[in-house]
Design a protein around this ligand. Structure first.
Ligand SMILES: [Zn+2]
Length: 320
């Protein structure tokens, strides 16, 4: 508890809030229509017909909409970095039932025997002993899932997060993100400020944010040796804390040894479904990462065994 209160104090002393959005209420638009914040082209040079999501719609965002992302940039992001974000998040979305463009993805193990899918809002899991991805601990009433992500390019996933940070940045911050903007749209995989890394986290429980998205962009206001701009994104059970490269703001840092404090959430103070877990992750390189496993544990309030050898029960369950 004391540690969390210290963190709250540290963030409010060292960082200011540049942007803050959530999807709990009405639709929100970001940016000024008529000129693309990414390529700088205006109405006379490009078009703005397609709906552009400031936070990727593959993460379930329907409400935070960009007015200043042109169709060319929207198409480029969709074909490149957002495709990798979609692959990175497919398995986590399956288990947390996050609805994207094409509904909730299903999940299959490599052997394709065991699987997990959502039918009419209910999570249905088929787990075979010889191809198991689910471990049940009846004494501690926990269920642990070990899932494998689809292959992804780490630098592209990281760029997709940087792109979202640029999308929600206020106009006054954009000049400080120019280099990051050019880098996100390029094929360049070398870093421009510090080697890319993220903090990722998991909040146990059923839809801790009621499947709302909460996001903020923070800018450093002291000379503490921490990234100049930090993007925080909370989606369903998942937390992401991403340092955003800004060579102008980061010029005063020894960027090779950059560090970042953990951004606290209300769930760190108390969560009946288990403690929030976080881990740092390097996001360097273009090469596809195959077989990236992640493990999550949910604590159950009740566990009731059901005899599925009884066909009648199985059939009734299917009928519902
Ligand atoms: Zn554009």
């Amino acid at each position: 508890m004391d540690e969390i209160n210290e963190l709250i104090k540290w963030w409010s002393q060292n960082y200011g809030v540049a942007a803050l959005y959530d999807t709990a209420g009405e639709k929100i638009t970001v940016g000024v229509a008529g000129k693309c914040r990414f390529c700088g082209k205006d109405n006379s040079e490009t078009t703005f017909r397609n709906k552009a999501h400031a936070i990727s719609d593959s993460l379930g965002n329907r409400k935070i909409i960009s007015l200043d992302e042109c169709d060319e940039c929207n198409g480029l992001f969709g074909r490149t970095i957002e495709d990798h974000l979609g692959r990175y998040m497919a398995a986590p979305r399956a288990i947390s039932q996050i609805i994207g463009k094409r509904g909730v993805p299903s999940y299959k193990t490599k052997q394709k025997k065991s699987r997990l899918s959502t039918t009419e809002g209910c999570l249905s899991i088929e787990n075979h002993e010889d191809d198991s991805f689910v471990e049940i601990d009846e004494n501690n009433k926990t269920v642990t899932y070990t899932m494998t992500r689809q292959s992804y390019s780490p630098i592209s996933v990281y760029k997709a997060f940087v792109k979202m940070a640029i999308s929600i940045a206020p106009q006054s911050l954009l000049p400080y993100l120019n280099e990051a903007n050019r880098w996100v749209r390029s094929q360049n995989s070398n870093h421009i400020s510090f080697p890319p890394f993220i903090f990722e986290g998991f909040i146990p429980g059923l839809t801790p944010f009621q499947n709302n998205i909460w996001t903020t962009l923070l800018v450093r206001k002291t000379n503490t040796p921490s990234p100049g701009v930090v993007f925080v994104l909370q989606v369903s059970n998942y937390l992401f804390q991403i340092p955003i490269p800004s060579p102008i703001i980061d010029a005063d840092l020894g960027v090779e040894s950059i560090s970042m404090q953990m951004f606290p959430t209300p769930f760190d103070l108390s969560n009946p479904c288990g403690a929030v877990k976080r881990w740092p992750k390097k996001m360097e390189g273009h090469d596809l990462i195959q077989n990236d496993e992640f493990k999550i544990t949910q604590k159950c309030i009740e566990m009731t065994p059901v005899d599925i050898s009884n066909k009648k029960i199985q059939k009734n369950a299917e009928d519902k």
